[in-house]
Design a protein around this ligand. Structure first.
Ligand SMILES: NC(=O)c1ccc[n+]([C@@H]2O[C@H](COP(=O)([O-])OP(=O)(O)OC[C@H]3O[C@@H](n4cnc5c(N)ncnc54)[C@H](OP(=O)(O)O)[C@@H]3O)[C@@H](O)[C@H]2O)c1
Length: 315
């Protein structure tokens, strides 16, 4: 496993991180979830991403229980807040930031997270209030660094312009061969300001592994076939998209790579990316994905990939 520095922080994270949306504490049974986490650590993955809202606390509770016996300094733990935890608990007000960090730390059974992320931008709270509250959290030692997920360039710049508050070190956008939107204005702004990308859904929820074929029903044991986990996959399952993924297959074969390796290595070609946060429902997937770290793609491959997906990339 290779490692990269996270923005201007002193955190060093594995190029492949393990996420916990929909899976741990929710759609994947505990034994299998535990096996995924164990395998991740064995393979050198040191970066774990979660959020308070994943299973409304269940993902954090699973991780808290599993990480309890592990040397706290041996892994980098990231969580998030913003989405509703109850009818009244949501957003990024000072009250919520202070309440949600304590609730996350209790579930995660730790005194601090390495990275505390705003899961989205809160248009109902003044940005100054959010940034000052996050600064309080950092200065109280409850989070080492702060980040955001899916903020636009204007929102990021506004936060950077505020004096006397902690600076963001990470950006968590959706980014994959099928979803390239953040390349346009987020990467450059972040690069210039000590912010790394830690990208989510790098395999388009499994579609970029090639396991879904155009015109065929998803296999029974897949996220797309699961009522609990498949609800956000629709956009990736059209024939237009799946035919594009099929055009990647000969490129991967020609290089002796799996489609998952090709897709993850493509993300890691971008130096502003510190880590690709993968999900995994079984330990073999963790292995398959971790093996992408260290694979370098040449310019001819990158051009072939662009051509294969010209008509299939969604954004
Ligand atoms: N900030 C945000 O708003 C946000 C949003 C989404 C996700 N995230 C973070 O990013 C993480 C990853 O997101 P994601 O789950 O969408 O990522 P992903 O890696 O694109 O998809 C993960 C799913 O694809 C399948 N898969 C993964 N590797 C595979 C392999 N080698 N072969 C076959 N199938 C494979 C598995 O599902 P099945 O086995 O069930 O088919 C797995 O659960 C999340 O856990 C979360 O931490 C953040």
């Amino acid at each position: 496993m290779r490692y990269r520095k996270l923005g201007s922080s002193d955190l060093v994270v594995s190029e492949i991180a393990l996420g916990s949306w929909l899976t741990y504490g929710v759609g994947v049974e505990t034994e299998r979830s535990r096996a995924c986490l164990e395998r991740a650590f064995e393979l050198g993955i040191n970066f774990i991403d979660t959020a308070n809202v994943y299973g409304r606390g269940a993902a954090e509770e699973f991780l808290g229980a599993e990480l309890a016996g592990r040397d706290r300094a041996s892994y980098v733990l990231a969580t998030k807040l913003f989405f509703p935890m109850s009818d009244t608990d949501r957003g990024l007000s000072r009250g919520q930031v202070l309440k949600q960090i304590d609730a996350s730390l209790a579930r995660l059974r730790t005194d601090y997270v390495d990275l505390y992320q705003c899961h989205r931008y809160d248009r109902e709270t003044p940005l100054e209030e959010t940034m000052e509250a996050l600064t309080e959290v950092v200065r109280a030692g409850k989070a080492r660094y702060i980040g955001f997920s899916d903020w636009n360039a204007e929102q990021i710049q506004a936060a950077l312009d505020l004096p006397g508050v902690e600076k963001f070190v990470s950006s968590q956008p959706q980014y994959s061969l099928l979803w390239r939107r953040p390349e346009r204005e987020i990467f450059d702004l972040c690069r210039r300001n000590g912010i790394s990308q830690i990208v989510y859904s790098p395999l388009a929820q499994g579609v970029l592994t090639g396991k879904y074929r155009p015109g065929e029903r998803p296999g029974a044991d897949t996220r797309a076939a699961s009522d609990e986990m498949g609800w956000a996959m629709g956009k990736f399952l059209s024939d237009r998209v799946l035919e594009g993924v099929e055009r990647l297959r000969p490129i991967a074969d020609g290089l002796g790579l799996t489609l998952a390796q090709l897709s993850l290595a493509w993300i890691l070609r971008e130096e502003n990316v510190a880590s690709a946060i993968v999900g995994a429902s079984r330990p073999e997937q963790v292995e398959a994905n971790a093996s992408a770290s260290g694979i370098e793609l040449d310019d001819a491959t990158l051009a072939a990939v662009d051509e294969a997906l010209a008509a299939s990339t969604l954004s």
